[in-house]
Design a protein around this ligand. Structure first.
Ligand SMILES: Cc1cc2nc3c(=O)[nH]c(=O)nc-3n(C[C@H](O)[C@H](O)[C@H](O)COP(=O)(O)OP(=O)(O)OC[C@H]3O[C@@H](n4cnc5c(N)ncnc54)[C@H](O)[C@@H]3O)c2cc1C
Ligand code: FES
Length: 254
């Protein structure tokens, strides 16, 4: 069950130019969390900013810690980047449904992440007990790629500017390398998820997409994050913060 915890910061460091890795001690959330879930982080600076949803990148149930990896894009994430070890931070979680990991040991799971959608796939990769391929897309450069390798994945990198790996997007890379799999776990911008979902359908591969929609309340109260989902031949609106963020790609009305 989700709860608000007063987390203590264990470490906070830059792992790329504007990307931070934040490790938090929050025993309840760490105990309950599953791969693909997220937390709502409260910027406590008196400016009454809304909480910010950030995916759980890693879970250490023994130490009672979680790791968040976030990009600085505005006031909230700027504030989080300035926190130091020993500081406190209010966090609500674990939120959302996360990925259901169902494959057998001989299956191949394909993890496809774009930009700041990559972090939740790292814990997913670590928990998967099968063959793993990670296809990671960036604008330029990379982050977390070595950690996917350490977690046992064969890693392919695509960059928009060609600074590393394949020049182009992740779906172009999948086609160029003729990659296949039994199941896809993905997270990233909607345009990437839509193209991936079409490719998966053509190849008849099951595909789970984690949608990082803009959110307001983050707890299912404001309908600020709804997406159209096909259910029993009808279109219904589901809340990404409560019913997602992970959906079956075939159910999403792109
Ligand atoms: C379920 C979920 C999981 C997420 N996980 C991560 C994560 O692991 N790491 C990470 O870096 N970010 C993640 N995000 C995005 C993150 O929540 C936003 O970047 C953050 O809230 C921005 O806060 P801010 O105060 O810094 O920026 P703001 O001042 O609120 O916004 C600055 C800029 O960021 C854009 N922005 C704000 N929210 C989003 C969003 N949800 N998606 C795309 N653009 C947005 C705004 O349009 C604006 O241009 C996630 C979002 C969701 C919904
Ligand atoms: S953000 Fe308010 S209902 Fe999802």
């Amino acid at each position: 069950m989700k709860a608000i915890e007063n987390a203590i910061i264990i470490s906070n460091e830059f792992i790329s130019e504007n990307i931070c890795s934040l490790v938090l001690k929050c025993s309840h959330i760490a105990r309950e969390a599953r791969a693909g879930q997220f937390v709502e982080v409260y910027p406590d600076n008196g400016a009454n900013l809304l909480s910010r949803p950030i995916s759980i990148c890693e879970i250490n149930k023994i130490q009672g810690t979680i790791r968040l990896v976030f990009q600085i894009v505005g006031k909230g994430t700027e504030l989080f980047s300035q926190l130091k070890a020993g500081d406190g931070l209010r966090v609500l979680g674990p939120c959302g449904n996360g990925y259901t990991l169902t494959e057998n040991v001989e299956d191949t799971a394909l993890l496809v992440g774009g930009g700041i959608g990559i972090p939740p796939l790292l814990e997913t990769c670590k928990q998967l007990n099968c063959n793993k391929i990670a296809v990671l897309g960036y604008r330029t450069g990379s982050f977390l790629a070595d950690e996917f390798r350490e977690a046992g994945a064969r890693v392919y990198i695509a960059t928009d500017d060609g600074s590393l790996g394949f020049k182009g997007n992740v779906v172009e890379l999948l086609k160029a390398e003729d990659i296949s799999a039994d199941i896809i776990y993905s997270c990233g911008p909607k345009v990437m998820l839509k193209a991936l979902s079409q490719w998966a359908e053509e190849k008849s591969i099951k595909c789970r997409v984690s949608m990082e929609e803009r959110m307001a309340c983050g707890i299912g109260a404001c309908v600020g994050c709804v997406v159209p989902i096909r259910e029993n031949d009808k279109v219904v609106y589901k809340k990404v913060c409560k019913d997602g963020p992970v959906f079956d790609s075939r159910e999403v009305c792109w």
